[in-house]
Ligand binder design. Structure first.
Ligand SMILES: [Zn+2]
Length: 154
């Protein structure tokens, strides 16, 4: 059941504005650039399940299957737009509404793995609203183009 205090429900309803707005929307998932709640991390995309569900174990078959497609599209758009060296897929669900993040790790990042996640998510103040909106504007057409990354060697 949607909850007025649930941040992800507020994103889905449009009550909580993310930089650049909705970048991609399908029947089950909505992709946004991460919002500046704790600092901007350029190239941090978030996919939010469009209905309020607390756990991956609650997903329908269609939601679970489309999750992989959405994640692939997110990584392809980041590859095309930012060319990170690696991308991390994260889901903590502390907000109790299924969502996941794709974080880019760049060649010059000195730390890697979980320590990078902590640094980027909780410590660094990397940019501001304008930078996040510019990043969203760059990634949105790549996310919406089904050909992005289609010819890429796997
Ligand atoms: Zn919710």
């Amino acid at each position: 059941m949607p909850d007025n205090e649930c941040l992800e429900c507020r994103i889905v309803s449009g009550d909580f504005k993310t930089p650049g707005g909705v970048l991609l929307e399908g029947p089950n998932w909505m992709v946004v650039h991460y919002h500046p709640r704790k600092g901007i991390y350029p190239g941090r995309l978030m996919a939010v399940l469009k209905r309020h569900a607390k756990s991956l174990s609650d997903l329908t078959d269609a939601e679970a299957q489309s999750m992989a497609m959405v994640a692939r599209r997110m990584t392809r758009s980041l590859d095309a737009g930012l060319a990170p060296e690696r991308m991390y897929m994260l889901s903590f669900n502390e907000d109790e509404h299924v969502h996941f993040h794709i974080l880019s790790r760049f060649k010059d990042d000195a730390i890697r793995g979980p320590n990078l996640v902590v640094q980027k998510m909780l410590v660094d103040e990397i940019g501001g609203q304008a930078e996040a909106e510019a990043m969203a504007a760059k990634l949105k057409p790549l996310l919406q183009d089904p050909q992005t990354g289609a010819g890429r060697q796997q």
